[in-house]
Ligand binder design. Sequence first.
Ligand SMILES: *Cc1c(COP(=O)(O)O)cnc(C)c1O
Length: 383
Amino acid sequence: MTDTAKLRAWTEIDYQAIGHNVEEVRKLVGNTKILGILKADAYGHGAIECAHELAKAGVDFFAVACLSEAQELRKAGFDQPILILGATPPAAFDELLAGDFIQTLVSLEYAQKLSDYAKACNTKAKGHVKVDTGMNRVGIVYQEGARRYDQIRAVYELDGLDVQGIFSHFPVSDDLGFDSREFTRNQVRLFKEVLERLKEDDIDPGVRHIQNSYGILNYKDLGMDYCRPGLLYMGVTSDDQVPIASTPDFIPILSLKTKVAMVKTVPDGATVSYGRHYHCQGARRIASLMIGYADGLPRLISNQNLMISIRGHKVPLVGNICMDQCMADVTGFDDIEEGDIATIVGVDGQNVMTIDSISRAAHTINNETLSTLSRRLSRVAKD
Ligand SMILES: *Cc1c(COP(=O)(O)O)cnc(C)c1O
């Protein structure tokens, strides 16, 4: 393991557990293959390192949010197909072709532009058609009352494009409530209807995919060619208090750690940190930690007694989180001292500290908490 002696705040990533998590996904989805989502630096886990582990686990297809993320993977030597999930500005179409990337075709107009560009270069651009079955973000609308099938077919017929796949996306696959389940099942019906119509028109749709992580957990095997897990191979869901329809055995791969800079005794009646929101009742031992909101520890978790673990003791964060530091009340644990490692996320002795509790305190989901961990954090691979 990298020596952490010189570090002030870091994530420790258990890359080897990715293979296990991929197997857990495979148990759910039958013969559906995995398209590994690596956007936002694999939600802060390191896209290159995660891509290596996914490839080792047999994942043969990657997706990212944007061109620069796709280029980073190519530069690192990955020659797998890479799908770009968002729109690439037409001014950068040259780089799309140079990297041999697969562009999400977000509308017929957009697909026409890309096709024209590729034709002018005497080549074909690769793409997957996005079908909007209810997310109402990008994609050609195919919903009740607005079945734009002609536009979908027209994309397949553009001669500057090599359309290799088709996909849609779920907005409420995380919710097991009746309405949300109906909505999601209807999306699957609409998507299958598109596939059926393409078949009738003798058009090969290419690879078909629709499930994100909750789509996998709650709808399991939908008979598609690929599924698109991000969070799941990282071993977490968006929120561990949201019930799911399966019981996979995932290993969270990320730990978040920092160190105690100093411990001081603060007298009765004194306050801790900006805003003076934590009032000491009796003398308190306060440990200052080497991490703050500029590292990605959300300021919103301030003053909620969020627990962290030091030397196997659960202790609360107190007072406002500062940009580069924060404080814990370690009263009663006299063994805690300067230099100790503080586990904010991860296992410390008997204590298991989850990213979920941070996300909840910050009124958000793990997707955001993870993907906004800052560049200033060092990253260490667990051995
Ligand atoms: C981010 C993203 C995913 C992965 O989402 P998870 O919830 O992390 O599995 C899948 N599909 C699309 C289109 C996405 O943008």
